[in-house]
Design a protein around this ligand. Structure first.
Ligand code: F6R
Ligand code: ZN
Length: 192
């Protein structure tokens, strides 16, 4: 079936007025992802709080179509590590993705299967390009504001979460001396 042209209302700096699919991710969906496991367990015991939301505009998940929507990562930390998305490779590895930061400040943690690694800052008004082969995770480094981003990627990309769930990313973004700081993930090497 062919998609007909359509428009999407994005009130500046916030979620779309209409969407097809709404995803919420709470602390319990991030088992094993945060470095400070003790901090994770005690936060989770207190409250399975909301980490991020995704509003998707669905088009057919086939080559040529472009999936898009808005993600909102809320402010907060687990221990010293900021709230973040699960992160993923695309099933079709040779797939790029564009993010437009509408509100807030954060970092995109990225890496390739070959071991390249990059963490880029993002702030409102900036476009960030994730090239083919790069896994990506959004991190909200702002203490009080949401990180709101519009994203767009090929319809046939699919998502591979398993690799990141097992290995994590090579880099972590943590708060040190009150500043967002990129460090090596000490647990990455232990992964299979
Ligand atoms: C889609 C994409 C974003 C993320 C969203 C949530 O390919 O990269 O829309 O899906 O930021 O992150 P994940 O999917 O890693 O939970
Ligand atoms: Zn993606």
């Amino acid at each position: 079936m062919r998609t007909l042209p359509f428009t999407l209302k994005l009130p500046f700096g916030d979620r779309p007025l209409e969407w097809d699919n709404y995803i919420v991710r709470t602390l319990s969906s991030m088992q094993g992802q945060y470095f400070d496991q003790a901090a994770y367990s005690s936060l989770l015991a207190a409250d399975d709080q909301l980490l991020y939301e995704v509003y998707e505009i669905l088009v057919p998940k086939v080559e040529g179509e472009l999936l898009h929507g808005v993600s909102i990562v809320h402010p907060g930390k687990v221990g010293n590590e900021y709230f973040m998305t699960k992160g993923h490779f695309h099933d079709v590895l040779e797939t790029g993705e564009v993010y437009y930061c509408m509100r807030g400040t954060g970092m995109m943690v990225m890496e390739t299967p070959e071991g390249d690694s990059q963490v880029l800052g993002m702030s409102a008004g900036e476009v960030l390009y994730v090239p083919p082969r790069w896994a990506h995770r959004s991190v909200n480094t702002n203490a009080t504001e949401d990180l709101v981003m519009f994203f767009i990627y090929p319809g046939n990309a699919g998502h591979n979460y398993g690799t990141i769930e097992q290995k994590g990313f090579r880099k972590l973004v943590v708060e040190q001396d009150g500043q967002p700081t990129i460090i090596d993930n000490p647990r990455w090497q232990n992964a299979s």
